[in-house]
Write a protein that binds this ligand. Structure first.
Ligand code: GAF
Length: 364
C-alpha cells in the first residue's frame, strides 16, 4: 500500500503572536505544498528520502533529544502519534515540497500535517483539531519550539480563495472571501532571506511577557481582557515592556476583526491599512521586526502598496503586500534595489493566492 498526503504552507494576513494568547488570526493556506508518499512495512524504521535534503533512517521509537535538524520533524511526528496511542511501525517515505524552507511560510507545519495524514489514513485520520495538536506537540516537545496552533490550523483548513478567521479561544475557523485579483489587486510575498529562528529565545520571551501581563491583570490569558482603550485596560500591568507586548496582542485582535469586515465589504484599502498598522505594532510594541524587514515594508508602501507587513514569527522571513496588479513588477524591483543598497540579502518575491488545505489519498 502507498499513501500520498499533502499539506500547504501558509501566510498570515493578520494576527501575529495572537494564537498562544487565545486571540484571532487571519491566515491563508498557500498553493505551495509538501507531499509525502508513504509505504508502511512495519520494519521499526522510517527510511526517509527527502528531495533536496538527502536520505536517512530514523528508528520509529526516537524520543525528544535523539534527532535534530529537519529529521526531527519526521521523528517528532512519529513520537507524537505514539503519545496519542497511534504508533507508527515503520516504512519508507518520499518527501517533495515547493514550500520555501526557513522563510516563515510554515514549511514545517506543511511537512508535519502531511506526515500525520499519511501515517494515520489506514486507521482513520484524526479530526482537524486533534491533527493540529499532534503536529503542535511534535513541534513543542520534540523539536523544542514553543509555538501555537496557527500554522497547523491554516495548513489543515485552507480553502481556495478564502482567508481563515481563526479564533484560538473557541478554536473555530471561519472562511472569509479572499480573492483580491477580482479587484485588480495582487498579494505579493517577499522573502527577505533574512534568517529567523523560532526555537530561539525571542519567541519564548514574547510568550512569557504576554503570560506575565495576563497574570498581572489576574486573568487566565490576554483574550479575557475587558474591551476598552488598551492603555487603560492594561494599566495594571507592572512592566512597561510587558504592557507594550500585551498592547500589540489586543490591538492586533481588533485589526483582524476590522480586516474581516473589510474583506466582506470588498474594501481592500482598509485591509491594507490594517496590515500597515500591524507592522507598526510588531515593530514598536512587540519588537519582532528587523531594520531590513522594516525597509522592505516601507519601500513596498512607497511603491504604491495598499499595505505591507511582516508575516510569521518575526526577526526575518517574509513581508506580504497587497498591491495593484499593474504595479507588482515595479514594486518588487524597488524592494530589491532598496535591500541591495542597504547591503542586505537580495529579496525574492512570488504572487500568492489562497489554496486548499491538507489532503490524503490511499493508493493500492
Ligand atoms: C510562528 C508560530 F509557529 C505560530 O504559532 C505563531 O505564533 C506565529 O509564529 C506568530 O503569529 O509561525
Amino acid at each position: 500500500m502507498t499513501v500520498v498526503a499533502s499539506a500547504p504552507g501558509r501566510v498570515n494576513l493578520l494576527g501575529e503572536h495572537t494564537d498562544y494568547n487565545q486571540g484571532l488570526a487571519l491566515p491563508i493556506a498557500l498553493t505551495a505544498r509538501t507531499e509525502v508518499r508513504w509505504s508502511p512495512d512495519g520494519s521499526g524504521h522510517l527510511v526517509v528520502d527527502a528531495e533536496g535534503y538527502g536520505q536517512l533512517t530514523i528508528p520509529v521509537g526516537a524520543t525528544p533529544g535523539e534527532v535534530d535538524g529537519w529529521a526531527a520533524y519526521v521523528a517528532g511526528v512519529a513520537w507524537s502519534l505514539g503519545v496519542e496511542g497511534r504508533p507508527v511501525t515503520g516504512g519508507r517515505l518520499h518527501i517533495t515540497s515547493d514550500v520555501p524552507v526557513g522563510a516563515g511560510l510554515s514549511s514545517s507545519a506543511a511537512l508535519q500535517c502531511s506526515l500525520i495524514g499519511a501515517f494515520t489514513v489506514a486507521t482513520g485520520v484524526p479530526d482537524r483539531l486533534t491533527w493540529a495538536r499532534i503536529a503542535q506537540r511534535a513541534e513543542n516537545d520534540f523539536v523544542g519550539a514553543p509555538t501555537g496552533l496557527l500554522d497547523q490550523l491554516a495548513s489543515l483548513h485552507g480553502v481556495a480563495d478564502r482567508a481563515l478567521l481563526i479564533d484560538f479561544d473557541s478554536l473555530t475557523v471561519d472562511p472569509v472571501p479572499f480573492d483580491p485579483t477580482t479587484a485588480g489587486v495582487t498579494l505579493v510575498v517577499i522573502d527577505s532571506h533574512i534568517t529567523h529562528g523560532h526555537a530561539g529565545g525571542e519567541y519564548a520571551a514574547r510568550r512569557a511577557s504576554c503570560e506575565r501581563a495576563a497574570a498581572d491583570l489576574g486573568l487566565p490569558n490576554l483574550r479575557a481582557v475587558a474591551s476598552g482603550h488598551p492603555d487603560v485596560v492594561l494599566s495594571a500591568v507592572h512592566d512597561d515592556v510587558d504592557r507594550r507586548r500585551a498592547r500589540h496582542v489586543l490591538t492586533e485582535n481588533t485589526r483582524v476583526l476590522r480586516a474581516c469586515e473589510a474583506l466582506r465589504d470588498g474594501d481592500l484599502a482598509e485591509v491594507g491599512a490594517m496590515m500597515d498598522a500591524s507592522h507598526t505594532s510588531m515593530r514598536d510594541d512587540f519588537e519582532i521586526t528587523t531594520p531590513g524587514i522594516d525597509l522592505i515594508a516601507e519601500t513596498a508602501r512607497s511603491a504604491g502598496a495598499l499595505g505591507a507587513r511582516m508575516t510569521g514569527g518575526g526577526f526575518g522571513g517574509c513581508v506580504i503586500t497587497l498591491v495593484g496588479t499593474a504595479r507588482v513588477d515595479t514594486l518588487v524591483a524597488s524592494v530589491v534595489a532598496a535591500a541591495e543598497r542597504a547591503g542586505g540579502p537580495t529579496p525574492t518575491a512570488f504572487t500568492a493566492r489562497a489554496g486548499r488545505g491538507a489532503s490524503v489519498d490511499q493508493l493500492r
